[in-house]
Design a binder for this molecule. Structure first.
Ligand code: Q46
Ligand code: ZN
Ligand code: ZN
Length: 288
């Protein structure tokens, strides 16, 4: 099949339109640009790298658009996995000419090993440390590699677990709040599906870790994602529509939530002590 915009061979079909390599890249960067422009993102952006394909695509896209970026990696100390991911993230930074900052959770006395729900602890720890890094480095916002497939899967997983409050923070842009030491967060890949991010990473020869986190094996989210992609095959654009609906729901919920300042660390919290400080205190006790 030929590309819709030129005579070259197509490599991907999106919503019935065929794209060659060059026009696919234009499409991809156009989607990223739409987020950057809509939310007027400028200044230095702290880019969270996980070593995976999405954050690699995110950094590369922002870099090729000429944005000012500061990449960093959070080492979660997950045996063998974290090391492999750090290596790929460092390779990517070398390739693009950036120095990569590394944050080690062990420095905060944190380990996921004994956690009953490691992914939940991991999520809290990552969110906290990403924000802290961007705040300390005086960046205007933090960018993550969350894509459309992740956003919709996350929302469905919370629905399935009666965890509606977790909808918070899933939309493409969250404003910063200085008084709460909250830095703005942006998801530049919000309108792009898993497969599109993978294709962009491959086209640009970006290094990424193919290993899966050992805690993600058999995760229900993988099944939800497969189901959503199958649905998208029969009902083009359904994922974009779902994401828009969840975004609206999140905004309706936001009006009812209050934020406090954590008594221990001074960063934002829903309660009087933030979840990160609670995790640290629990782990300190376990050590004793
Ligand atoms: S949350 Fe869970 Fe992931 Fe953390 S413990 Fe691994 S699978 S890395 S996105
Ligand atoms: Zn073309
Ligand atoms: Zn705290």
């Amino acid at each position: 099949m030929k590309c819709r915009y030129c005579s070259r061979e197509a490599i991907e079909i999106i919503n019935g339109k065929a794209y060659c390599e060059e026009h696919f890249s234009k499409y991809f960067l156009g989607k990223v640009r739409s987020i950057i422009d809509k939310f007027n993102i400028k200044g230095e952006i702290a880019v969270a790298l996980s070593g995976g394909k999405d954050s690699a695509a995110c950094l590369h896209a922002l870099h090729s658009m000429g944005m000012e970026v500061k990449p960093f990696y959070i080492n979660l100390r997950i045996p063998s996995y974290s090391e492999a991911c750090e290596k790929k993230a460092a390779q990517l930074c070398d390739m693009l000419g950036y120095e990569m900052k590394v944050i080690d959770v062990a420095e905060y006395g944190i380990s996921l090993e004994k956690e009953r729900k490691p992914c939940s602890t991991c999520g809290t720890v990552k969110r906290y440390l990403m924000n802290k890094f961007a705040f300390d480095e005086k960046c205007t916002c933090v960018a993550t590699g969350h894509n459309l497939s992740d956003a919709v899967t996350f929302a469905f997983n919370n629905l399935a677990n009666v965890n509606i409050l977790n909808f918070r923070g899933n939309k493409p842009y969250l404003e910063g709040k200085e008084e709460y030491r909250m830095v703005a967060k942006v998801k530049p890949l919000y309108w792009l599906k898993d497969k599109e991010c993978m294709l962009y990473t491959i086209i640009n020869n970006l290094p990424f870790a193919e290993e899966e986190c050992p805690y993600s094996i058999n995760a229900p989210t993988l099944k939800i994602k497969d189901w959503l992609h199958a649905l998208e095959g029969e009902w083009p654009n359904i994922m974009v529509n779902l994401a828009k609906s969840f975004w609206r729901l999140e905004e309706m919920m936001e009006k009812e939530t209050n934020i406090n300042i954590c008594k221990k660390c001074g960063f934002a919290s829903y309660g009087s002590i933030c979840k990160f400080c609670k995790i640290r205190a629990k782990m300190e006790k376990q050590e004793k």
